[in-house]
Design a binder for this molecule. Structure first.
Ligand code: ADP
Ligand code: ZN
Length: 634
């Protein structure tokens, strides 16, 4: 799927970044930047948006200004570029006046190729003057707007200050503007184009599927133990990366972190209620790989760029597929295999809908759109069809399984971790007739009680204990029955109706025919928690996508040694380890075992500047190992 870029672009990308191929869409987006044309690039998190705005200045010899809300990341981004020998700087409220003047001078003299700036900064009179000057001297090529969905109320992260960015068009009418985002809905896309005033923009939408991620959805039974199990599974396979656990509330993060610590994991809670320095310390520790498990609210992640997150757990169903895609997007950014585990309880959906309705009631807004997003997510968890296919289709893209396979090989359903319920037909009929007999006026919890033979006052009061369906599923666990109800909703046999804040079940399109046994539904029950067999499958499959085959003992020892070296260099330099080399590059070193500078340059992710800076150290570490191995063998 990768393409060979034209020679000059190609040679720059290879020389500076050490990448021999560009990802889908990267080439087109870079071409727009070089030709100074407006464009909108939609790539999923980890898709490689940064390269799209970083490459053009090297070829046009004109600077790019990158508008970004991620001030916390700017320092590391600049640092990372400097390590590549790339001339970049950042302008935000945290820098001194003198420093800002220096940056302006360097932009004018052509000593800087790229400057990151906060949205509120770029619309100040001083900054506009600077942009005017740069234009007069023909020094400015592009203005890149990162996280461009922040401009839209329909996005998940609206920031009013983004609305003013379009003012720059008046100051710099001849400068091209390029927008980047990971949010793909057409509404947000149109908003971006209109609000920024993009001119005849080229629109590029990348592939949303992330083949290196394995998706699992499991009934939430014992959160901490389920998480521990998954963490250990990754640890024992030598992945050695980070884990992020997302919870709905601050209280939940504390509770789960406590439980994980009690189980012997080194975990910290993170949420917006902690003071700034505590939060900063946790972010640092996670980036620097001294802390591997963070239990957080969704506030965590905006300031985090660690590329070797191997596991993202949702301890509760997220509120939309968009949010899920973004949060799971933080796993496996280095392209190596990673897992996304969603622990859900059928009550999660209702909890979200109530929260949304309450807040809509307070602000007087219409909750319909948000509720629809929750419903889509409920369908995702309940559908027991291929997760990769479901997600791709949600983003309007057809999913094609890897060659020669019928399933994706990287989700609980395709890995055979869910089993079909043999009794599906009868169960469907029982639940549907319970809904019919009770007059389509009750919610899932009550219907569940009825078929499980509950004797509560409510049941007796309505005489529901006298119905023929009462108790027909009494041997089924409550969670199971609730999941069946969810699946019937996902299949269209039932629908949820909200009235007076109460959610009731009614017949869906195919309800009657399922109840009469004309149509059949497939129901599934979740089993197991990632058996060893499926784990092996996952790895074999992922290894076709990337150099990610399991390491033997010698390789693992070398990998650890190189990670240690990376950490040491990073600590001395005062920046996070992933800025030295990411895990994918280290793995390639382990497998290729380069022994010369030239061979080292052949490893993906090693460009000229990094070869000069760290090549000798890593070669020494590798050849040390080679000699050791030869001595042992000889
Ligand atoms: P995004 O901003 O879209 O979330 P990034 O720009 O941070 O993604 O890129 C994600 C990861 O992919 C980074 O580790 C980056 O080094 C890597 N990457 C980007 N482009 C390529 C490429 N052409 N070949 C290999 N790795 C790449
Ligand atoms: Zn699948």
């Amino acid at each position: 799927m990768t393409e060979t870029p034209p020679i000059s672009m190609h040679s720059e990308v290879l020389r500076v970044w050490g990448y021999d191929t560009l990802r889908p869409m990267q080439q087109q987006a870079i071409e727009c930047g070089i030709e100074l044309r407006d464009c909108l690039t939609v790539l999923p998190t980890g898709g490689g948006k940064s390269l799209c705005y970083q490459v053009p200045p090297l070829l046009t010899k004109k600077a790019t200004i990158v508008v970004s809300p991620l001030i916390a990341l700017m320092r590391d981004q600049v640092r990372g570029l400097e390590l590549l020998g790339y001339k970049a700087a950042a302008m935000h409220s945290g820098i001194e006046h003198d420093e800002a003047t220096d940056i302006a001078k360097q932009l004018l003299t052509g000593d800087l190729d790229l400057v990151f700036a906060a949205p509120e900064r770029v619309v100040t009179p001083q900054f506009k003057t600077l942009i005017g000057l740069l234009c007069d001297h023909d020094r400015l090529g592009n203005i890149a707007v990162d996280e461009a969905h922040c401009i839209s109320q329909w996005g998940h992260d609206f920031r009013p200050e983004y609305r003013r960015i379009s003012e720059l068009r008046k100051v710099a009418p001849n400068v091209a503007m390029q927008a980047f985002t990971a949010t793909a809905t057409p509404r947000v896309r149109n908003d971006i184009i209109n609000q920024l005033g993009l001119r005849d923009p080229e629109i590029m939408v990348g592939v949303f599927d992330r083949p290196n991620l394995t998706y699992r959805v499991q009934a939430r039974e014992n959160t901490a133990e389920q998480i521990q199990y998954a963490v250990e599974r990754h640890r024992s396979s030598g992945d050695g990366g980070g884990t992020i656990v997302y919870c709905l509330s601050r209280k939940d993060t504390e509770k789960v972190a406590d439980e994980l610590r009690a189980l012997g994991l080194d975990a910290d809670a993170y949420h917006a209620g902690l003071d700034v320095s505590t939060r900063h310390n946790i972010e640092q520790a996670f980036s620097n790989e001294t802390l591997d498990v963070v239990v957080a609210t969704v506030a965590f992640g905006m300031g985090i760029d660690r590329s070797n997150v191997r596991l993202v757990v949702h301890a509760c169903m997220p509120k939309s597929i968009e949010a899920y895609q973004q949060e799971t997007g933080r796993a496996g950014r280095d392209g190596l295999a990673a897992e996304c585990l969603l622990l859900y309880s059928p009550s999660d959906g209702g909890r979200w809908e109530r929260l949304i309705e309450r807040s809509a009631g307070e602000t007087g807004t219409d909750p319909t759109a948000q509720i629809q997003l929750v419903r889509d997510m409920r369908r995702f968890v309940a559908s027991f069809s291929c997760r990769h296919a479901f997600l791709s289709e949600h983003f309007g893209q057809e999913y094609t399984p890897p060659e020669g396979k019928t399933g994706c090989g990287a989700c609980d359903v395709c890995l055979g971790e869910t089993a079909a319920e043999e009794d599906a037909k009868r169960i469907g009929q029982i639940i549907l007739s319970a809904v019919a007999r009770t007059g389509e006026r009750f919610g899932a919890a009550h219907i569940c009680d009825v078929v499980r033979g509950g004797k509560s006052e409510k049941i007796r009061g309505y005489g529901h204990d006298e119905l023929g369906v009462h108790g027909l599923l009494e041997h089924r666990r409550r969670a199971e029955v609730m999941s069946f109800i969810d699946q019937l909703v996902a299949a269209g046999a039932l629908t949820r109706v909200v009235e007076d804040r109460f959610e009731t079940l009614a017949f869906g399109e195919c309800g009657i025919s399922v109840m009469k046994g004309i149509d059949s539904v497939t129901l599934a029950k979740p089993i197991g928690t990632g058996s060893e067999k499926s784990e092996r499958n996952r790895r074999t499959r992922a290894s076709r996508v990337n150099d990610d085959r399991p390491m033997n003992d010698r390789e693992r020892a070398l990998f650890e040694k190189l990670r240690e070296l990376r950490k040491q260099i990073a600590t001395e330099g005062g920046f996070p380890p992933y800025l030295v080399f990411n895990d994918a590059t280290l793995r390639e070193m382990v497998h290729a075992m380069p022994t010369t500078r030239h061979e080292m340059l052949g490893v993906k992710g090693i460009g000229q500047a990094k070869l000069d800076a760290y090549g000798e150290d890593f070669l020494a570490a590798i050849t040390g190992t080679v000699e050791q191995a030869e001595n042992t063998n000889g």
